[in-house]
Structure formats: C-alpha cells, structure tokens
Design a protein around this ligand. Structure first.
Ligand code: UDP
Ligand code: MG
Length: 330
C-alpha cells in the first residue's frame, strides 16, 4: 500500500463538550493507520470553549493538529470549504466533531481509497431517528432526485473520504451558495458507498431546527438547476389553457342559454387561487435572483480570525480565491 498523508477535516461549532473525547478517539484510531495524518479543525465562530480547546490541542501536537478559526459563525458549508482548502493530505476525510461519524470507519475508507476509489462515502442508516424525520427525508429524496441532475442519496452526508483530485475539483467550484452534498456528487470520479449504523449524538445538541432543515432542503432543490422555473412555466401554461377553456365554455353557454346568474364564487376562488400561485412563482423567481445577488457580490465564504502556526506548503494550493481569505495580524 502506498503511504499517504491523510487529512481529517472537522468543522466545529460549540463542541466543547465532545471535542476532547473526539480528539482522543480520532488520534488513537489514526495512529494505527499505516501512514501520516493531520487533523484540521475549523472553529466556526463558536461561542463556548471550543477555540481555547483547539489552541491547546494544536499546541500539544503542532505537527499533526492544526486549526482555523472564523471571525463568526459562517455555517458548516463554509467550515468544510476552509478545511478542504487548508488540508494538505493526499486524501481528505470530512468528519463531524460530535462522534456521530465513527472514527473506526476511517480505516475502511482508506482501504477502499487504496483500491482506487476517489470518493468513499459513508451512508448512515436512519435508526434512532424520529419517524417523522425519516419519513420526510424519504419523501424529500424521492422528490428531489426527480428534479435535480445530480444524484442525492438519503443517509449520505458529508462523512466521506475524498482523493486529492476530488478535493481540488470541489475547490474549483467557487460558488457562494454551497450545497456540498450536491457538489460532491457533481464532481463525480470513482465513488463507492458503504453503510454504517447511525449513532445518536452523545453530547451537545444538534444545530438543526425544522426551519433550518426546510431551508437546507430548498437549497438542495434550487442550487443545481432551473427545473423549478421550468415547472413554474408549465403550471402557468396549464392554468392559462384551463382559464381559456372555461372562458370559452361560459361564452358558449351565454350564447346558447342566454346570460345566467353571475358566478361570483367561482370568480373569487379563481382570483385567490391564481393570486396564490402567482405569489409562489414570484417567490421562486426571487429565490434565483437572490442567489444571483449573492454570487455577484463575490464576498468571501468566511473570514479567518486566527490559525495555528505558519501555513504549510499545502496552503499554497489555495487558488486565487485566497485573496478573499483575510487573516488578522496576530
Ligand atoms: N457545525 C458547524 N457550523 C454550524 C453548525 C454545525 O461547523 O453552523 C458542525 C458541528 O460542530 C458538527 C457538524 O457541523 O461537527 C454537524 O453538526 P450537527 O451535529 O449539529 O448536525 P447533525 O449531525 O444533526 O446533522
Ligand atoms: Mg451531529
């Protein structure tokens, strides 16, 4: 087996409760690997003791542990992007800090990577999840796969190994609205998936609320193509045809039977229903315009507040976009 440098990228937002345990666990697992590794922690603007803890971990083992810290909370997508940009490895594994992604599985990922896979994806079962969440997830994936071009798989998240060329490909995609699940699928390369049993979060709290999940779902739908716009056009056409047909029928009826009592209920229902449909369509277009608005501003995905030590050679891999990455002087 070729010895590779493996990077572990870990986004952390308020994870002081589990971080120390996560770190012990991960380093213990990785030390058994044949090859070097580094752990890149990304503090996503935590408001608890996460940053001091990371400083301590990196201070103790500066060769293998590095951290980046954001100026505020920019979200997991931004944290993953920063981690990928700064990872030096020939392969990179993205993991959550809350031990829901079992570090034991990294071995299996590395072994599959050695067999030639560029992406090794861990797919969790939905055991222990609330029934409602499992059901909505299933429905959502069925619907979304019909609508978007890339394939999204239920249970597949960000826990995966990426080869260097896959990482570079993902970093080439500079879009502001990042929906990583879709981006990973979009870049392609040889991919394999294996299942693991879902672990329930042990400590700390999930940051997902219903509203956030809903928005995440919409992001997935709107990030990949303009099929929803096309659907809107189809619906508009359909409604027009129905309205024209109905108008023809009324006119015909009036010609044959004379003018009847005016159907103001029909009129009201038609007006309100159409107003509703139009509002949804306007909102839909607004969503796309909003996305364009964010893209054209070309703001950085995140701002760094501090990092551990000097940047390593790999940081030069960061493309022109590194201009956006500002590090305050120490
Ligand atoms: N996370 C982050 N920024 C955020 C929210 C979450 O970096 O704004 C990290 C979090 O620390 C964890 C991972 O993303 O390592 C997954 O978060 P969480 O466990 O809340 O999500 P879930 O597992 O419920 O999908
Ligand atoms: Mg979690």
């Amino acid at each position: 087996m070729v010895r590779v440098l493996l990077s572990i990228v870990v986004p952390c937002f308020n994870e002081e409760d589990v971080l120390a345990r996560f770190h012990d666990h991960v380093t213990a697992e990785l030390s058994r690997l044949d090859g070097d590794f580094e752990v890149v922690y990304v503090d996503d603007g935590s408001r608890d003791g996460t940053l001091p803890l990371l400083q301590e971990l990196a201070g103790r083992d500066p060769d293998r542990v590095r951290y980046l810290s954001f100026s505020r909370n920019f979200g997991k997508e931004a944290a993953m992007l920063a981690g990928l940009r700064h990872a030096a490895g020939d392969a990179v594994v993205i993991m959550d800090a809350d031990l829901q992604h079992p570090p034991e599985l990294v071995h299996r990922m590395v072994a599959l990577h050695a067999e030639g896979y560029d992406q090794v994806v861990a797919r969790r079962t939905r055991e222990g999840d609330r029934v409602t969440r499992t059901l909505t997830a299933r429905l959502y994936y069925r619907a979304i796969n019909r609508l978007v071009d890339v394939e999204l798989v239920d249970g597949v998240g960000d826990f995966r190994l990426l080869s260097r060329r896959t990482v570079d490909a993902v970093l080439e995609l500079g879009e502001y609205n990042r929906f990583s699940k879709g981006l990973f699928s979009w870049v392609g390369f040889r991919t394999t998936t294996f299942s693991y049993e879902n672990a329930v979060r042990e400590q700390g709290r999930s940051k997902w609320t219903f509203g956030k999940l809903l928005n995440y779902g919409l992001d997935g739908l709107l990030s990949f193509n303009n099929k929803p716009l096309r659907a809107a056009v189809h619906l508009g056409l359909l409604l027009t045809v129905v309205a024209l047909g109905y108008a023809a029928w009324i006119v015909g009826d009036a010609l044959v039977n004379g003018v009847d009592t005016p159907g103001y209920v029909t009129l009201l229902v038609a007006v309100t229903a159409l107003a509703g449909v139009q509002m949804v369509m306007a909102g839909l277009i607004g969503e796309y315009v909003g996305r364009i608005y964010y893209e054209v501003k070309r703001r950085p995905h995140y701002l760094l507040k501090e990092t551990s030590g000097a940047p390593r050679a790999a940081d030069t891999r960061v493309t022109g976009e590194s201009l956006w990455e500002t590090v305050a002087p120490k």
